[in-house]
Design a protein around this ligand. Structure first.
Ligand SMILES: [Ca+2]
Length: 341
């Protein structure tokens, strides 16, 4: 084949690949490994299916400052420091700090200085533009094209919905790690008896987001509970040396040093993986709504096959409840082990 034609064909196929990539905004209560957000971002960074338009941070697992500090450093470690980071909400919309919150998991209310991430604080800086401004501007610039991966409390997303009336109708898809659905197997909560952590931290934001009309794929605790990261899988994961597996050895490795027989759930990683290959998860379309009464069920998500009294206005969404674990973890390991750019 003449060299010119070959060059043209190569250029065309590269253009096609670039156009096929899924443009995503990655909204996260990020913390370095062994936290799930960081492993989910590693998976996204290492997957050519995605074009990561930006990372937006939110208070959740830890404070907003910690989320921002850690994700800036993560992007340096992954050698993708060109991806912009935009700082989001430092508190939920309504939910106030309580004695219960302080006793339980998570430090979304914390004002402590973030600890030094592995390798030191990042040189990379966050952008001046706020997360909400970035999310709205990016989605409205290309209506119907941008997917949002939301794997923390939904504060930024709810604020974006409220900031721009056309926003919800302009998002292509929202994949959310959050909630727990009692109608389906393994649907108990993990922060209160029935509430999942992300939804419980900002129930009002979850309520606004789930009712917004954005096409939603929900990745609740039900599907997370089909995962089991054991020492054996960890060893396979870190068998190839690159900057990401080195970070996992330094961080996730400590967890297995302390508790070698324990297995760990994967959460946000499943949400990202399901965007790459939807056949990894089994879903059922359900109406899902969130309780915002400040009582014993605050932040509880409820899923139903039909609308029930009180849920008028709830939207139907794809709810993940089962996982092909061997295929998922094989894919995760394959992606993490690929050469870092
Ligand atoms: Ca998260």
């Amino acid at each position: 084949m003449p060299r010119l034609i070959l060059t043209l064909l190569t250029a065309l196929s590269m253009t096609a690949l670039a156009e096929d990539r899924i443009p995503i905004i990655f909204d996260t209560d990020f913390v370095m490994p062994p936290h799930d957000d960081s492993m989910a971002l590693m998976l996204a960074l290492q997957s050519p299916e995605f074009e990561i338009l930006g990372v937006t941070t939110v208070a959740g697992n830890e404070s907003l400052e910690r989320a921002t500090s850690d994700v800036l450093r993560m992007l340096e470690i992954a050698n993708q420091a060109e991806i912009p980071v935009h700082v989001g909400a430092d508190m939920p919309l309504v939910h106030a700090k309580s004695d219960f919150a302080v006793r339980k998991y998570g430090k979304w209310y914390s004002d402590e200085t973030p600890p030094m991430p592995p390798g030191g604080y990042a040189k990379k800086q966050a952008e001046d533009e706020s997360a909400v401004s970035f999310i709205v501007r990016t989605v409205m610039a290309d209506p119907g094209e941008v997917t949002i991966v939301a794997i923390g409390p939904l504060t930024n997303i709810a604020q974006a919905i409220r900031a721009e009336p056309e926003f919800a109708a302009s998002v292509k898809q929202l994949i959310i790690m959050g909630g727990a659905i009692a109608l389906l197997p393994d649907g108990a909560g993990n922060i209160t008896p029935n509430a999942e952590f992300n939804f419980w931290v900002d129930p009002e934001a979850a309520y606004v987001t789930l009712r917004s009309g954005i096409p939603i794929e929900l990745s609740p605790l039900n599907v997370s509970r089909k995962s089991a990261l054991t020492l054996d899988w960890y060893k396979k994961m870190v068998a190839v040396d690159n900057p990401l597996t080195a970070l996992l050895v330094e961080t996730l490795g400590k967890r297995f040093d302390q508790e070698p027989d324990r297995s760990w759930l994967m959460y946000d990683q499943i949400a990202v993986a399901s965007l790459i290959d939807a056949s990894l998860v089994t879903t059922e379309p359900l109406y899902v709504d969130v309780n915002i009464d400040h009582g014993i069920s605050y932040g509880v998500s409820v899923g139903g096959r039909e609308i029930w009294p009180g849920a008028e206005g709830a939207s139907k969404m794809n709810v993940q409840y089962d996982l092909d674990w061997p295929r998922f973890i094989d894919m995760f390991i394959d992606r993490i082990q690929r050469p870092v750019p």
